[in-house]
Design a protein around this ligand. Structure first.
Ligand code: HEC
Length: 378
């Protein structure tokens, strides 16, 4: 036989043999809770993403041929692990928001769908379609103010504000209208409902209101301040006023007169409040293993406040053991984080960190991170 024929036969035999190579095939499981989205968006998401990010993969004929079958099965397995539109019900609100946000980002960066897929399935996602997705996501995220919740504000240990003539240091509970000027020195003001500060403020600190936060009479150089108004913020001052602040509101921000210099990233010490973040990834290997979950633990005024931003759940605890138990209860309730392996890791590594929170004299940090908390840009 001619050598060319031998080579061809050899190749064919090799191709036939690798078909017998055992590999774990991936099948289409039933959808447990498909992601809700408008029909026009669903149309292209199914077309461009569902083959790897849902349980409704359309397996092409060549997906049965090794070695293509190995690569395709691997893409689908990893794709589904990162984001699965068919298992939306199993994700928490924050995970859903993250999944969508990352989707938009990866499409814009031309990283999704992957190149090898686009070559075999030509088609493009237009700028118009992406803008439409972005608008849809913004509508979804408005009420997911995932940096603070009214229940967390109310769980905070704080003394009622009685006299306002002196400089304020520490955490105070305030409400209604205050007409005298306030001087803050690393103070944390927690307002229930609408909060009106008519007499202006000086100094630095954080002012949080579960309702609308209105501040008037601002003059001179003020800040840095963190201002949170869960139902809107209104700021008014003289034109020479320069306010350095991180402003967060899921509603309207009105600024009149003054110059607002905003910081994207904010790290501010507030007396008596320490914070630690318990962050981890899903580790069951099947559901989005890279979609992280976080629980915030803040310590101040002899109390731990444990806030689960996923489920908007707040617990308070006095002792370290109680705090650890509270976090564990939160994690046990989530089917994804209830694995014993993770809990063991939590106990050993986080106990030390939480202990450190309560050591007097450690620099107290109250942290609001614009990049993670999704602060509103007007
Ligand atoms: C050919 C299969 C395939 C297609 C089609 C595809 N992806 Fe992916 N995707 C993957 C794989 C594999 C990964 C995991 C590896 C990685 O992170 O790059 C991934 C990761 C992602 C992630 C990151 C998830 C995480 O871990 O946080 C997002 C978001 C995503 N894809 C969105 C999309 C969107 C939106 C589309 C449709 C426009 C799409 N993908 C189409 C295979 C695919």
């Amino acid at each position: 036989m001619h050598w060319k024929w031998r080579a061809r036969l050899g190749l064919l035999a090799g191709f036939g043999l690798i078909q017998l190579w055992p590999y774990e095939s991936v099948s289409n499981a039933p959808e447990t809770g498909p992601a809700p989205m408008p029909a026009d968006i669903r149309e292209w998401v199914i077309e461009r993403c569902y083959d790897c990010h849902s349980n409704q993969t359309r397996w092409p004929w060549y997906s049965a041929l090794a070695p293509l079958s190995w690569w395709i099965a691997d893409d689908v397995r990893r794709g589904r692990a990162g984001l699965n539109f068919s298992r939306w019900k199993d994700y928490t609100p924050r995970q859903r928001a993250l999944g969508w946000r990352r989707s938009l980002q990866r499409i814009r960066e031309n990283r999704m769908p992957p190149l090898q897929y686009s070559v075999l399935h030509p088609g493009a996602i237009s700028e118009l379609q992406l803008n439409r997705l972005e608008t849809f996501l913004k509508e979804q995220e408005v009420d997911a103010a995932d940096c603070l919740s009214p229940s967390e504000l109310l769980a905070w240990p704080a003394t009622p504000l009685s006299h306002t003539s002196q400089t304020l240091r520490g955490a105070f509970r305030v409400s209604g209208t205050l007409s005298q000027p306030l001087h803050l020195d690393n103070a944390l003001l927690l307002g229930q409902g609408d909060l009106n500060l008519h007499g202006g403020i000086r100094g630095n600190g954080a002012i949080l209101a579960t309702g609308k936060l209105s501040i008037q009479g601002l003059t001179g150089q003020i800040g840095p301040l963190a201002l949170v108004g869960l139902q809107g913020i209104s700021l008014e001052g003289s034109t020479d006023c320069r306010l350095e602040a991180l402003v967060h509101t899921p509603e309207n921000l009105e600024v009149r007169g003054l110059q607002l210099e905003r910081k994207q990233y904010f790290l501010m010490p507030v007396v008596g409040v320490n914070q630690s973040r318990v962050e981890f990834c899903r580790d069951d290997g099947q559901l989005g293993e890279r979609i992280e979950r976080q629980v915030l633990i803040r310590y101040g005024h002899d109390t731990y406040v444990i806030w689960d931003s996923e489920f908007q759940l707040v617990k308070t605890a006095i002792t370290l053991e109680q705090a650890l138990d509270a976090v564990e209860t939160i994690l046990k309730a989530d089917p994804v984080t209830s694995t014993t392996r993770w809990r063991r890791r939590f106990r050993s590594s986080w106990k030390k960190r939480l202990k450190r929170l309560a050591i007097p004299g450690t620099p107290a940090i109250f942290e609001l991170r614009a990049d993670q908390a999704g602060f509103n840009e007007p």
